[in-house]
Ligand binder design. Structure first.
Ligand SMILES: Nc1ncnc2c1ncn2[C@@H]1O[C@H](COP(=O)(O)OP(=O)(O)OP(=O)(O)O)[C@@H](O)[C@H]1O
Ligand SMILES: [Mg+2]
Length: 302
């Protein structure tokens, strides 16, 4: 598949120069590094970036995002590979969640926001599609698990019932399949009709993944899904992501660098609302082409 080369980001022409911050403040140092280094205009050639046969599931082009007058994203351009895991890393406040939310139009739910640019799902403009169908095709799991005050079964069945068209037996079959896929079935199969609130934090997060999977999304967005979990629950979710990527395109935001390295095929590094670098994960962690990326992944700031 031939995809033309394109810049990943450009410096906004309207940026105001800042005074030099003290170097002993990590956040200030990040700011200084970002300001001192011109934005890259040449991204790795996608032909080299995407292995042969890897398709493009989503694409953002020149995406800018504003909360009122405050700009949170600057000219983000990226292609998300089909049925692979893409990780977004970067310091707090750099726009990872904001960008994730533009991919399934969850950003529409925040008042006073504005999006410029283009987001495509299989070549279709997501802002031109019916929002419900976008969210069905592009599911989302949040940092804090948010089960509904319902039974385990009803949580997973929720989206299926909203969409309608399935018999009770079909719903039950899809609920079971989703719980198996989210590696929770064995732990809950004997108590499907008990409250979801009786589950542990890690189980609740896997339940939310099962709920998202039940409607068979093509893309699953996960915003720091393991940040509140213990190492065992975290590793269960990581294993799950690796398995899910056979049939679903996964995009995960994480602050855990080891997690990005373990689970993702491609990694994007965000800094101050810009996508500084996007490449194969091993490249980002072993030989990043941008100094800011290297400083971040080696723990020099952030
Ligand atoms: N609802 C909102 N209203 C106004 N500004 C917001 C809102 N949500 C985020 N922002 C601002 O947008 C910028 C990007 O925030 P975002 O939450 O996307 O960052 P993040 O990279 O996900 O950070 P973290 O790692 O802390 O989750 C920040 O400056 C933040 O203050
Ligand atoms: Mg966030």
């Amino acid at each position: 598949m031939s995809i033309p080369m394109e810049a990943h980001e450009r410096t906004p022409e309207t940026r105001v120069p800042r005074a030099s911050p003290p170097m002993n403040d990590p956040a200030a140092r990040a700011t200084q590094i970002a300001d001192a280094t011109p934005a890259p205009n040449v991204a790795p050639a996608p032909a080299a970036l995407f292995a042969a046969g890897v398709g493009e599931k989503m694409r953002a082009t020149d995406l800018n995002f504003f909360y009122g007058k405050a700009q949170a994203l600057y000219n983000i351009s990226i292609r998300i590979p089909t049925n692979h895991v893409t990780a977004f890393i970067g310091p707090s406040g750099c726009g990872k969640s904001t960008f994730l939310r533009t991919l399934n139009r969850m950003c529409d739910t925040v008042k006073g926001t504005r999006v410029e640019g283009d987001v495509q799902l299989d070549g279709e403009d997501v802002f031109g599609l019916d929002v419900t169908s976008v969210r069905r095709r592009v599911g989302m799991v949040f940092q804090r698990s948010n089960p509904f005050p319902k039974s385990i079964f009803d949580n997973v069945a929720y989206g299926l019932r909203v969409n309608g068209g399935l018999s009770r037996a079909e719903v039950a079959e899809r609920v079971e399949r989703s719980l198996v896929r989210s590696a929770l079935w064995d732990e809950v199969k004997h108590k499907l009709h008990e409250s979801a609130y009786g589950l542990s934090g890690g189980q609740q997060q896997r339940l939310c993944i099962a709920r998202a999977l039940a409607v068979d999304p093509e893309v699953l967005l996960l915003d720091e899904p393991c940040s509140a979990l213990d190492p065992i629950s975290t590793s269960k979710i990581e294993e799950l992501l690796l398995t899910l990527a056979d049939s679903c395109t996964i995009v995960i935001v994480t602050h855990n660098m080891q997690q990005a390295a373990r689970v993702s095929d491609y990694t994007g590094f965000f800094l101050m609302g810009k996508l500084v670098e996007f490449d194969k994960t091993e490249q980002i962690f072993q030989a990043p082409s941008r100094k800011e990326t290297e400083d971040y992944v080696t723990g020099r700031f952030g």
